[in-house]
Design a protein around this ligand. Structure first.
Ligand SMILES: NC(=O)C1=CN([C@@H]2O[C@H](COP(=O)(O)OP(=O)(O)OC[C@H]3O[C@@H](n4cnc5c(N)ncnc54)[C@H](O)[C@@H]3O)[C@@H](O)[C@H]2O)[C@@H](O)CC1
Ligand SMILES: [K+]
Length: 504
């Protein structure tokens, strides 16, 4: 699913109006209807509702929603924030329609701002995607007062004051509990720094033109279940393990053999034909006992890896989980980078070694996958002061190094060598737990070995990992969830994606 900027959203609305065709006021009615349905599902109609409307089309939505909630027997109070004399046409139509049902109040200055009573639910329809400069004056005071109140706040389309695709977090912005947005997510929703503004966000479909969306150019995408299911290949009836590739995992050191084990388990559970783990001697009985399905290639060193195993007959290589940064291991990484012709995935200490030895980073083969968390990415690429700058740095980094970076987080960002970024839609805070990243490396390695292209392996792997985590949460909850659970639920995650495939 594409992520569009404010200008593109405006053009998309206009194109839909011309080509569906649908009158602008009817499109507003459809959008407001979807919001109202969402609201009615969520709140009982004895909830007192206070709606703040701007004077543009976001405000128009607010007025239409007010009418719909009145008709659903909610007790609704509406205040129009008159930050401008000019009102949009669709705002005016909805103002007239609502006037027949209730008395609309107005805010012209700070004195008109009401006290916000306890228990009220606020709908924020002050500004939407038309915001073009920071909120100021009495509107800023209103935003401050809403944010200081105890009320539950639901924003229509976007929290008022938040730019769709650039940084303005130091200005006045509504801090919503929920944001219900129209059809496509905004870039701002996907960045950690904006979570306090958007709260939990959801999308409602409003029938914007799919062909127009198709031809819009954007670097940003949001991975839906349909997107992920399109990437998932079918297994063939007349196939054997040789068809599903041979993965090599270089992992583990004394005290960190669990990371190797988790990663190896995930590799096998993601459908690889064969897996060889190259481990230090101390890992041999651990792996053979805990995971009999994996083959072992054993290093001469007791505690860490010092040798590159044979790469013959290997289809993909993963390195990093539970490794250390001993000088011999650095040499292993160097040799591997120089000799490997297979696709590679780098994680954990493999990334730290690359960060410490930048000459190695320059030699990493093109299309290799790096899976840093934000701190590891900072070591690789440098510091930034906000999430937008980090995103820009991420794009510059992948273009310069010609690699794929999986920047882990709530909406993991997969950056491809051309600078496109895919944000993941699955996963939950329960997955912020030891070993979760090792599992992801195993999943991606497995897909690479099965001949998925590196970009597909990264996108599908990240989606599956989050989906398995979401399924695990249903029984384990967020606190009790551990990385092994993610592996346990991989089978169910595949089943969910297959269902999506079959429904299409
Ligand atoms: N037909 C359409 O275009 C649809 C639009 N929809 C709604 O329309 C919204 C966009 O509406 P608009 O483009 O009218 O814009 P907004 O309602 O977001 O903003 C209103 C106007 O305020 C002015 N403005 C911007 N920043 C300001 C500031 N800081 N202080 C004072 N004035 C400022 C601008 O002229 C802007 O057009 C969407 O977010 C969505 O809620 C939906 O009804 C779906 C259909
Ligand atoms: K809003």
């Amino acid at each position: 699913m594409k992520i569009l900027n404010a200008q593109q959203i405006k053009e998309l609305d206009a194109f839909t109006i011309r080509h569906e065709p649908i009158a602008s006021i009817d499109l507003m009615e459809r959008a407001s209807g979807q919001f109202a349905d969402w609201f009615i599902q969520k709140f009982p109609n004895n909830t007192p509702v206070l709606i703040f409307c701007g004077v543009g089309n976001n405000g128009g939505d607010g007025l239409a929603v007010a009418r719909m909630l009145c008709q659903a027997q909610f007790n609704v109070e509406v205040m129009v924030v008159r930050f401008s004399e000019k009102t949009s046409e669709d705002f005016q139509v909805n103002e007239q329609r609502l006037n027949k049902l209730i008395t609309i109040q107005n805010i012209h200055s700070e004195e008109d701002i009401p006290l916000i009573e306890e228990g009220v639910v606020i709908i924020d329809a002050i500004f939407g995607s038309g915001l073009s400069r920071p909120i100021d004056g009495f509107t800023a005071q209103l935003v401050r007062q809403i944010n200081h109140s105890q009320a539950t706040v639901i924003s229509i389309d976007t929290p008022s004051g938040l730019y769709c695709s650039s940084n303005n977090s130091d200005t006045h912005i509504i801090e919503a509990d929920y944001t219900v947005s129209f059809q496509l997510p905004k870039l701002s929703f996907l960045l950690p720094q904006n979570q306090r503004f958007t709260g939990t966000w959801e999308l409602v479909e409003i029938g914007l033109d799919p062909e127009f969306i198709e031809q819009c150019e954007t670097s940003y995408h949001f991975i839906t279940s349909e997107d992920a299911s399109h990437l998932l290949k079918k297994r063939k009836k007349f196939s054997h393990k040789g068809h599903y590739g041979h993965a090599l995992l270089l992992a583990g050191s004394f005290g960190k053999m669990g990371a190797a084990l988790l990663s190896a388990k995930a590799t096998l559970r993601t459908g690889v034909g064969l897996l060889t783990c190259h481990l230090p001697l101390c890992g041999y009985s651990i792996m053979q006992t805990a995971l009999p399905e994996a083959m072992c290639s054993i290093d001469h060193h007791e505690h860490y890896i010092t040798e590159v195993p044979s790469l013959a007959k290997i289809n993909a290589i993963g390195i990093g989980p539970g490794l250390n940064q001993h000088v011999s291991t650095i040499h292993v990484l160097e040799k591997l980078i120089q000799e490997a012709k297979q696709p590679l995935v780098f994680d954990a200490d493999a990334l730290n070694i690359l960060a410490e030895h930048k000459y190695l980073l320059k030699q990493v083969p093109e299309n290799s996958i790096l899976t840093p968390h934000p701190k590891e990415f900072e070591r690789l690429a440098g510091e930034t002061i906000n999430d937008y700058d980090r995103l820009k740095l991420l794009q510059e980094f992948v273009i310069e190094c010609n690699v794929i970076v999986v920047l882990k987080g709530a909406h993991t960002a997969i950056a491809l060598p051309n600078g496109s970024i895919y944000f993941n839609s699955t996963g939950n805070p329960g997955m912020a737990t030891a070993g979760s990243g090792d599992v992801l490396t195993g999943i991606i390695l497995s897909l690479l070995a099965q001949n998925y292209t590196p970009d597909h392996a990264a996108i599908l792997g990240v989606y599956l990992h989050g989906l398995a985590g979401d399924l695990a949460r249903e029984t384990e909850g967020e606190e009790a969830l551990i990385a092994s659970d993610i592996v346990e639920y991989l089978g169910e995650a595949f089943a969910v994606l297959r269902n999506v495939q079959n429904e299409e």
